[in-house]
Design a binder for this molecule. Structure first.
Ligand SMILES: [Fe+2]
Ligand SMILES: [Fe+2]
Length: 407
């Protein structure tokens, strides 16, 4: 390998390890290998999870103007190549032979080669008029020396004349190095995605549990899960109106349903009492914030951490007279200030065990009165600037709105 080859290889290595999208990565491997050898065609196979077949991932041929698989969205309809046939290792196909023996195969002209069944390319040639000639087939081994795929290049071209020539033995080393870099990059990417997927699943499982608990709490409260849905949609509308970035709006939307999850720890006699609570009962009722905070503490999940913040702060008041911590003004986490307005508005406009539902006008009046006392004044202003969206969420026929807002 000469210096320019090494330099090129280093550049390709950097490009491969930087590519985050698996489909682009697969395509890049074939593109770069073909560039380095001026090959007319290229195929990339991946060993499937059962290690029973080689699956076609990328198929390219310049002369035939064919690009399949990868990011093209065009599927390869060819059946996978079996690694075993009739109980024996399949050495008849060159790709499976290379995957099984880990040997590189460099064939100057496959019509004259012996030992392999080149039925695939020959059939293709017969139906298209193409002439498959030189072929270089290389195993892709990852850092544990395991073959994860096969790279097959077809018809090397003379850069000057474009004639089909055999693959230069010097380029074999180059492509072998590229293939192993590609294998490591691919394995890393797959491992990373599996890990990210596992993290997503765990997070989803946590959330499912918490949201079910929130629904249980809501049902005990003779409320329905609709309160949670409306309240979280109002919260998202307020967060958006407050110009929070979309990721934060999403967090508020998904974490706000946990605001009253601590009510699960409040006795029925208090939670469901059809009259106003006495001062002792009220003290117990207030504990739903700290119980919720406790239930949601210690999680790695960003959403559950947000749920904890909201559970602990949705009853704080701007003037410092709220609970449980008596925080004032901007000491109150912003997410709590958002949810306070959303929660109170929905509670006021729906029936509770001890009172009837208020009209919107009455509730608006109370929000206005609470501006700068109970609520962050800017949040109340945002609320009044979003009345169309609030009304759309309120409309009982608007299941669609919930979906639109909750997606
Ligand atoms: Fe609450
Ligand atoms: Fe609530």
């Amino acid at each position: 390998m000469n210096t320019s080859h090494l330099k090129k290889l280093a550049q390709v290595g950097i490009a491969l390890s930087a590519e985050k999208d698996i489909n682009k990565l697969l395509e890049l491997i074939v593109d770069e290998a073909r560039n380095l050898t001026a090959a007319d065609g290229g195929t990339l196979y991946i060993v499937d999870a059962e290690r029973a077949h080689l699956r076609f991932e990328i198929l390219q041929n310049d002369t035939m103007e064919m690009r399949l698989g990868g990011t093209t969205g065009r599927e390869i309809s060819l059946p996978p190549v079996p690694l075993r046939a009739f109980g024996h290792p399949n050495h008849a196909n060159v790709s499976s032979y290379v995957a099984l023996t880990e040997q590189i195969v460099n064939v100057p002209d496959l019509y004259e080669a012996e030992g392999f069944d080149f039925i695939g390319p020959r059939t293709y040639d017969a139906s298209t008029g193409y002439r498959s000639k030189s072929m270089l087939v290389i195993p892709m081994k990852d850092h544990e020396d395991e073959v994860i795929g096969v790279l097959q290049l077809l018809n090397a071209r003379d850069p000057a004349t474009s004639d089909i020539i055999p693959f230069d033995p010097e380029s074999v080393d180059l492509i072998a190095s590229l293939a192993s870099q590609a294998a490591v990059a691919l394995t890393n990417r797959v491992l990373f995605e599996n890990l990210a997927e596992a993290k997503r699943c765990t997070e989803q499982a946590h959330l499912d549990t918490i949201q079910r608990l929130a629904i249980v709490a809501a049902y005990r409260d003779k409320d329905t899960s609709m309160h949670i849905k409306r309240m979280s949609c109002y919260s998202a509308v307020l967060a958006r109106g407050f110009d929070l970035p979309p990721q934060e709006v999403e967090i508020i939307l998904r974490a706000s349903p946990m605001h009253d999850v601590g009510k699960i720890g409040i006795p029925d006699a208090i939670l469901l009492k059809p009259a106003k609570l006495n001062s002792e009962e009220w003290l117990i009722m207030k504990q739903h914030t700290t119980i919720g905070g406790h239930m949601l503490s210690g999680s790695q999940s960003e959403l559950i951490q947000a749920g904890k913040t909201i559970a602990l702060s949705h009853h704080e008041r701007w003037d410092g007279s709220g609970y449980p911590a008596g925080l004032a003004g901007e000491e109150i986490p912003l997410w709590g200030r958002v949810c306070a307005v959303a929660d109170v508005f929905d509670a006021l406009t729906h029936k509770r065990p001890y009172r009837q539902a208020m009209s919107n006008q009455e509730a608006f009046k109370l929000l206005e009165e609470g501006r700068g006392k109970q609520f962050d004044p800017r949040m109340v202003d945002v609320f009044f600037s979003q009345l169309d969206e609030i009304a759309a969420i309120q409309d009982p026929r608007s299941e669609k709105v919930y979906r639109a807002c909750c997606v």
